[in-house]
Each structure stands twice: as structure tokens, then as C-alpha cells.
Design a binder for this molecule. Sequence first.
Ligand code: ADP
Length: 331
Amino acid sequence: MTIVLEAKNVRRVYGRTVAVDGASLALEPGRITGLLGPSGCGKSTLLRCLAGLEPVDGGEVWGGGRLLSAPHVHVPPEARDVGLVFQDYALFPHLTVAENVAFGLAGRPKSERRKLALTQLERVRLAHRADAWPSALSGGEQQRVALARALARDPAAILLDEPFSGLDGPLRTEVREATLSALRAAGKAALIVTHDAEDAMLTSDSLALMEAGRILQRGTPRECFLEPASLAAARLLGEINTLPIAAGATAFGPAPAAEGVLMVRPEGLVLGGEGAAATVEEVRFAGASAVVALSASGVQANARVPLAASPAVGETVRVRIDPLFARAFSA
Ligand code: ADP
């Protein structure tokens, strides 16, 4: 597979803070890579190293067959074939929407710049706002203009830093869908940095899970969710239960290992049928589902069940572990 932009063992240090601690990541054409991790884990710094906004203290960045960054090498951002979209959009307030999008196209005739800008705006479904000022647009529209501007120069890779985090609810979904369809139509290699597990899984073809400056796991969202490489990786994609295993069993049923801990997602504790007996300690309404706090032989765990199947507090229920959502780790 061709690689468009690649971080190899990148390290970036600020004083005594190791922001990125030997991270490797490769972006491929036409594929969206999600970089997911908690706030402060080094995601933005890694993106900035790829973009050339930060030098590297160790490791290398490669793009288009060229060495772009190394401890004594630094190709500036404008000489890298990348487009950037930031969380705060960073549109120029004194330029119209179309002028913002055309900004990076200096050197071409004015009419051609306008035409290219309109094509990009169509891609993000905003051609009708071409002559508006950025201040007249909603946050979601500004985000789409920022994406159109990044795509206009036809870079090999697009890097997006928390592109949806300033948006809420339906608007977030709408902008996420518009961003995905524009990236797909453009066929670019893309990196989306996010701290939101659902955004990461919904948008990415491949996912990199990051914690404390390191990449914990790379894989498809499905692989990372169902086959986490570690408990830390599993936690990044959602709530988990950790059930102690002794002699091949947990308090909630058999385990595929003799000792260690069994990671089970709340969706993997299924009520009803023939399983282990557990007491319902608490039931919390969560919309279409309910979160049920269970205890069995002194071990606590949360199950997530369809609302219609939620039991009553104090009830004794039977619990079965769905192996799809469970994985054993050595302690
Ligand atoms: P994330 O994007 O995952 O939230 P960042 O890459 O922004 O994380 O930050 C990683 C770590 O590096 C944090 O501890 C942050 O405080 C630190 N950091 C980031 N940028 C700078 C900087 N310019 N100067 C000093 N420390 C920084």
C-alpha cells in the first residue's frame, strides 16, 4: 500500500513533558485514519509534527517519498503536501467564504480561483453561501468552509484536529456526515484527531489509539473495539468491566483463560437464560437502553440492556457473557 504521510517513531518533548513518545502512524490514499485518545495524550502534537507546525526531537516524518522531519531536518508546512483543518476553523473574517476557500490558490487567474473555490464549496454543500462573510455562518458551516479551503489546494493529505468538538447534537452529526462525504469524494488520505470514541469509530477506516504519548493499538474500529490489545486500549473505546478470573471462571460465567482478568463490555453481559445468578443493585435509564449495576459473589459489573428488558432493583437475574464483547488478559 502506498503511504502518503508517515510518522516513524516520532518524539516531541516540551521541557520535562514528553508529549509524543515514539509514535508511528501511516496515512494511506483514500483512507481516513482516526487518532483517538484522552485530552493531553499528545494527539495534536503528533498532528502538528506531521504538518510541520512542530519540529521533532526524535524519529522521522516522511511524505511523498521525502524526509520531511528528523531531529535536524525540518521542511516547513507550506512545502509539505498537506491541508489543515483546526477546531476553531481559523477562517479569515475579512474575506468572503469563496475568497477564504480560494486563499491558497495564489498565482492562478482570478476567475479560475473562483471556479475552483465554487467546486470545493459544492462538495461541502455550501456553494449558495459563496459570497457570505464567515461571521454570517453557523459553526457547522464554518467548519465545512475550513474543510473546503483545505481541499482546494488539492493536497495529498488532510489533517483535521478535533473537527467536530465545537459542535453539539444534530449539528455535529450533520457536519460529521458532510466532512466524511467530502473527504471520500476527494479521495484524500485523511487524519482525524478526536477524543470522542463514537466520532472516531464512525468516521475512521483505521484507528490509532493513543495514550500518554504512545500509540497503544492500530486497526479497524471493529478490531480495536472487539479485540483490544490491552485493557488501556479497551477503555479508550468505551466502558468496560474487569472481572477477575480464577480457575477458568468469573463470577458472571466461564472465561476463555485459567487466570487473569476478563474484559467485558456492558453490552456483553446478557440477562436471561441459563447463566450465573446476580443481584440487581441499581437500574439507570439511558434512553433506548438501561445500565444495570449487578453483583455476583461480591463482584460488581454493569450491564447495558434494551430498555424493555430492564429488570427491577433487588431482583435476582441470570447473566450470560457474550464472547463477542469479552476478552481475557493476564493480570
Ligand atoms: P491532545 O491533543 O491529546 O489533547 P496535546 O498534543 O495538545 O494533547 O498535548 C500533549 C502534552 O503536551 C500535554 O501535556 C500538553 O500540556 C503538552 N503541550 C502541548 N503543546 C505544548 C507547548 N507548546 N508547550 C508546552 N507543553 C505543551
